[in-house]
Design a protein around this ligand. Structure first.
Ligand code: PLP
Length: 403
């Protein structure tokens, strides 16, 4: 059995559908059995609310939830578990920063995002600009859709308070040169937020080595359950921010006239958090941490290269993003002259190929690349050469059928 088949066997949906070529992991990766089992086990044996009860089930839930936070902190190499805030996903994490950090900004302060952002790291900043009177700057992309570091010096100033960019594009797979962004941001005293939504399924992260202030990601993109995500923030940065959502769990004391806030991380977790989902996410991350990522990266890169080479042999196919595989995750978006990606993806579905077609919630990036929509094949650790071969045959068949 190949390494990919061994890994694939750990994913119940893939095991139940042996003929399926699942190439939509950038939208949602499949859930690993370890995560699913952890959710079922928690809900079956320890289901109770957290931070509220004194019975033994409530204590078990508290312990599981606290342990989940420590396990996420380990995956991120965070300084402490209190830096990990559970949210409903990356979108909620990014909106949390836009509100809590945004509340510290004054009219005339500036936030820099890039043209390659997912709408989740675009729209919250536009909304902040409109309610707080800040300025929003846009780092342009190069012809291949990569963030253009050459534009940084003219876009950064002493008024720039935050640089918020993606770690990896969900359209082109291009990796951001985080070190260059962090160095430039530090020169003007700005904080750095990294949207890690697309990076986490490609291995454990080290937020300390990245040198950033905030990191956001979703559980469903890293083999965990849906409905849970994480905002990591440096303790001293988070501690200086006001809460975003008010409610149970995030207060120290509530009096008729005013309330005071809980310490980290509870200050940012109003209401009942996604408890079982956090436990499931922690199990997915533990499973990932035990893998050999050197081998997995080599295979993901090889599959990406084979897919690019095969697709470019098909008449009319144009690749979006960097030409090679060195600077990109295995996310391959392409346009076929004269064909709409929705039609292409529908034909591919008949060939047991699951791909996403559309604007991928990145309309500003697609505009820069000169398309309204494109098809996207995204590979994860359970994909293999058979998936690449099926993709190339399927796209060639779609061109024959639709042209
Ligand atoms: N950021 C990036 C780069 C993404 O690709 C996505 C989802 O595709 C998100 C943010 C938003 O993630 P979610 O919808 O899980 O909140």
């Amino acid at each position: 059995m190949s390494e990919a088949s061994v890994l694939r066997a750990g994913f119940p949906l893939l095991a139940a559908n042996p003929g399926l070529h699942y190439l939509d992991s950038a939208a949602t990766a499949q859930i690993h059995r370890a995560a699913l089992d952890a959710v079922v086990c928690h809900e079956t044996l320890s289901r109770a609310n957290v931070l509220r009860g004194s019975h033994r089930l409530a204590e078990a839930a508290d312990q599981a939830f606290d342990a989940a936070r420590r396990r996420v902190a380990r995956f991120l190499n965070a300084n402490s578990a209190e830096e990990v805030i559970f949210t409903s996903g990356a979108t909620a994490a990014l909106n949390l920063v836009a509100h809590a950090f945004g509340a510290t900004l004054r009219p005339g302060d500036r936030v820099l995002i890039s043209q390659a952002e997912h709408h989740s790291n675009f729209v919250p900043w536009q909304m902040l600009r409109d309610r707080a009177g800040i300025e929003l700057d846009l780092l342009p992309v190069t012809a291949s859709g990569e963030l253009d570091p050459a534009a940084l010096p003219r876009l950064l100033s002493a008024r720039t308070r935050l640089v918020a960019v993606t770690q990896c594009s969900n359209v082109t797979g291009a990796w951001t040169d985080v070190a260059a962004i962090v160095a430039a941001a530090r020169r003007v005293g700005a904080k750095v937020l990294l949207d890690g939504a697309q990076a986490v399924q490609h291995g454990p992260q080290d937020v300390r080595a990245l040198g950033i202030d905030f990191y956001a990601f979703s559980g469903h993109k890293c083999f965990g359950p849906g409905g849970v995500g994480v905002l990591w923030g440096k303790a001293e940065v988070l501690a200086a921010l006001p809460p975003f959502l008010g409610g149970g769990g995030m207060i120290d004391e509530v009096a008729p006239q005013r309330s005071t806030w809980a310490e980290l991380p509870r200050r940012f977790e109003a209401g009942t958090p996604p408890i079982a989902q956090a436990v499931g996410l922690a199990s997915a991350l533990d499973w990932m941490m035990a893998l050999d990522w050197t081998d997995i990266h080599a295979r993901e890169t090889r599959l990406g290269a084979q897919a690019i080479e095969g697709l470019l042999r098909i008449p009319g196919v144009r690749l979006l993003g960097p030409a090679g595989t060195a600077a990109r995750a295995p996310i391959i978006s392409f346009d076929i002259a004269g064909l709409h990606p929705h039609d292409v993806c529908q034909v591919l579905d008949h060939h047991q190929l699951a791909l996403r077609g559309g604007h991928h919630c990145a309309q500003p990036l697609l505009a820069a690349l000169g398309v309204d929509a494109c098809a996207r094949a995204s590979f994860a650790l359970y994909n293999d050469e058979a998936d690449v071969a099926a993709l190339i045959d399927g796209v060639a068949a779609a061109v024959r059928t639709l042209a």
